[in-house]
Design a protein around this ligand. Sequence first.
Ligand SMILES: [Zn+2]
Length: 344
Amino acid sequence: MEALVLERKNELTLRDIALDENLGPHDVRIAIHTVGICGSDVHYYTHGAIGPFVVRAPMVLGHEASGTVVEVGAAVKNLKVGDRVCMEPGIPDPNSKATQLGIYNLDPAVRFWATPPVHGVLRPTVVHPAAFTFKLPDNISFAEGAMVEPLAVGMHAANKARIRPGDIAVVSGAGPIGMVTALAALAGGCSQVIMTDVQQPKLDLAATLGPIKPVNVAKEKLTDVVNKLTDGWGADIVFECSGNEKAAAGVFEPLCPGGVVVYVGIPLEPIAYSISAAQIKEARVEHVFRYAHVYPRALALMGSGKIDVKPLITDKFGFKESVAAFDFAVKMPPSSVKAQIELG
Ligand SMILES: [Zn+2]
């Protein structure tokens, strides 16, 4: 079938490729409709690797997907042909210790779309376990359905923070993950989010999404804004979504005593932070890697209108324009958040 193949670093082609699509009894076959372009897809394109994951053979990109069920395995009970769905892209080993413990996202044997050597879903169809395939509410479009994957990261971060109603949170970094983390934090009970970035158009967009106070850290000091809003006490939660070395090291400054820091963004290099600064505040520090158990809740929040991801979908491309779409994503203008490719 025709798919968007990363041949090697810096070389993408839309071409025929033979892919295994055997339908097992617990699987469904899905006609792909929309696929979002993720920072990780772009990084594999421009760098050929993310940490220990190295592209050594041609790989189909894409993991943020929605589509329509076109065939169901004999044992599938929860889905039928014609259902509109989105898919959780990581398939853990059901018998692994991590899966038994409920932390299936940390299964070392997890097979995750478009993480080498596993093919992604920028292709017409895919076979996927029904247990990792979720029906879209009727009022949710395919484009929004393809946003559930990044939103799941924000949902997982909100869970890790153990938000209490009325918490004030800082989200550093107004990229796609920062935006969805802010939405999840507000839906989870935060009264206000203070969002940082250096790109003003992104901050302007963030300010339209809810009670979000944008702070351009190129012009303003985050701690000044936080202190003003909290009478000098500090923010209850800091979600570090930028992966930026300076931001990631500075998380304890705007934090309140007894607050929590959640590291969400992945720094490309090791970063140093002050343990004593964390100790003085008895900060709880959490880390997230992808997500677990959050797709149904993300869809419920979108279906009820508590979370609206539509403003984050800024750019659309057709499947035939996939290579151009990736070249656009490499040089994403500051006003863009999420680019998607439509196959359906
Ligand atoms: Zn993604």
